[in-house]
Ligand binder design. Sequence first.
Ligand code: ADP
Ligand code: MG
Length: 239
Amino acid sequence: MEDENKTPIVHLKDVVIGFNSSRPLVEITNMEIFPGEVVAVTGPSGIGKTTLLRTIAGLVKPISGYIHVCGSNPSKILRGEVGYIPQRLGLVRHASVLHNVMLGAKTNQKLPKSYFSSKEEKNYSLKTINSLGLTEKINEPVRRLSGGQQRRVAIARTLSQAPSLIMADEFLSELDEKTINMVLREIIDYVKNSKAALLVVEHDVSRAREMADHLLVIDDGRVNPFISETRTILLEAEK
Ligand SMILES: Nc1ncnc2c1ncn2[C@@H]1O[C@H](COP(=O)(O)OP(=O)(O)O)[C@@H](O)[C@H]1O
Ligand SMILES: [Mg+2]
């Protein structure tokens, strides 16, 4: 529906991000992410990319400004609406692949809730596990998997949640070329088919351009970025 697509899933207006108002990290005048869109954030290490994601997820309070995510204030986001894949994954390391992915499915608001919920959740989880090539690892404790496999578990957990917004922080690191292509295909197919939004942090600019509809370049130019020295540019990716 046309109208639905015109309401952004993420909207930031005149937002200042950071931990200390006398030393802000990033200023964003306007950023909108619409259903089905992929936005990649790129910029040097330590500039505030992770903090931007954490602020949108409601884990860090902005210094000032207006943030709207999935129709509400970030602190009031409904369970399952936002899928966040942190740089460090946040998996339950002693538990199995299936257990971890089912934690996502349990918050999936699109699955029917009934007496059979856990069966539906399990089937949905098995499907996402399979789509990420992890079927043989279903019962393995996560800690026994390679870094790249663990990353795929975190992605499967997020997809099984069926979120409206996925945020992924450097989620392609430790993956080989073939796996990157598989992961990108699965996650971008999900975003396009479900009309979800995808916001990724990707330090590799050419890769960011490849996957994203828009690129958010956070460009510092100084060692200690202050607001007047921080430029935030929203570019249309050349496709
Ligand atoms: N919880 C925190 N409290 C105070 N400062 C923090 C916190 N988390 C990160 N920072 C600082 O904020 C800056 C930006 O960090 P981060 O967002 O992780 O950068 P990036 O992801 O771009 O590498 C860094 O200087 C970092 O040390
Ligand atoms: Mg980071």
